[in-house]
Design a protein around this ligand. Structure first.
Ligand SMILES: Cc1cc2nc3c(=O)[nH]c(=O)nc-3n(C[C@H](O)[C@H](O)[C@H](O)COP(=O)(O)OP(=O)(O)OC[C@H]3O[C@@H](n4cnc5c(N)ncnc54)[C@H](O)[C@@H]3O)c2cc1C
Length: 248
């Protein structure tokens, strides 16, 4: 497989390093890297501890959102456009609550239908992960054994502190890639590879003692299979009630 220096660019196919959001030697986040530095802008208002209840409309045009903050319901109006980015589960739920979704299902829950869109909330695809733990030959080391060696561990700490370098500055998954199975369509990768220089018995457990590393294969279902798999049983059940608790 070819070397791919940037999975987030136009081509995912190939093998390369995982990228991380870092600031110096510390892990960063979208909130601290992008949002906080922009908070002073006059055209940006951030409302925290607020839950969106639905989208408001003027005819077919979205005009804003209804939300609840500290127990008080309010509406925010959009000058140009409304962008709904509440995640894979709650974006379609908010559309359902706003009357956009499978008409019969919405009616059965007493939601007034604004637009019959059967695909909204359907076809959610899970991706199964197979974790393979590879045992290394005698005398070889992985992070499992290196971290138990006090000299090595101290070296990792110094590397992190003085050079912003080494295993403590990167994530567990360091190398990965995207490959095509026999079912891949149009050369579009449908398998993600995720390689970690360590192993655990189960997620969250301490590192195993022996020198081992982990290779995960994560399967992305092709669109044809997903349609067949979900046609008879929509994955996402409609729920009448929006989440009124502020998201964390
Ligand atoms: C365990 C796990 C591991 C993952 N690992 C990777 C990975 O290694 N690489 C990768 O590329 N992707 C990974 N993903 C996927 C990645 O996290 C998502 O694709 C990405 O976060 C989606 O971004 P988003 O902004 O669309 O939605 P989200 O990140 O889900 O953001 C939606 C936001 O909307 C808020 N919200 C929801 N409802 C409301 C409401 N009613 N009112 C107000 N706010 C609301 C939520 O609180 C949340 O903050 C992983 C996901 C999971 C769960």
């Amino acid at each position: 497989m070819p070397d791919n220096p940037d999975f987030n660019a136009e081509e995912t196919y190939g093998i390369g390093r995982y990228q991380l959001t870092l600031k110096g030697r510390w892990r960063d986040s979208a909130a601290t890297a992008y949002l906080r530095p922009a908070l002073h802008r006059p055209n940006l208002t951030l409302l925290s501890h607020a839950s969106v209840l639905g989208v408001t409309f003027d005819g077919p045009t979205a005009t804003g959102v209804r939300y609840i903050q500290n127990g008080v319901e309010k509406t925010a109006y959009a000058v140009r456009e409304v962008i709904l980015a509440a995640g894979a589960i709650q974006s379609p739920q908010l559309l359902h609550l706003s009357g956009i979704g499978p008409a019969d299902d919405l009616r059965s829950l007493g939601i007034q239908v604004r637009h019959d869109a059967p695909e909204v909330g359907a076809n959610l695809q899970d991706h199964s992960q197979i974790r393979t733990i590879v045992e290394l030959a005698e005398g070889k080391h992985s992070l499992n054994t290196q971290i138990r060696n006090p000299l090595k561990a101290a070296g990792f700490g110094l590397d992190w502190l003085l050079r912003s370098h080494g295993p403590l500055t990167v994530g567990a998954g360091q190398v990965g890639g995207a490959a095509c199975s026999a079912l891949a369509e149009n050369g579009r990768p449908d398998i993600q590879l995720f390689v970690m220089p360590l192993s655990v018995g189960k997620p969250g457990a301490p590192l195993q003692c022996d020198p081992r590393f982990t290779v995960s294969h994560i399967a992305a279902t092709s669109s044809k299979q997903a349609t067949t798999a979900t046609a008879s049983r929509p994955v996402q059940k409609l729920q009448r009630k929006p989440q009124r608790r502020p998201p964390h």
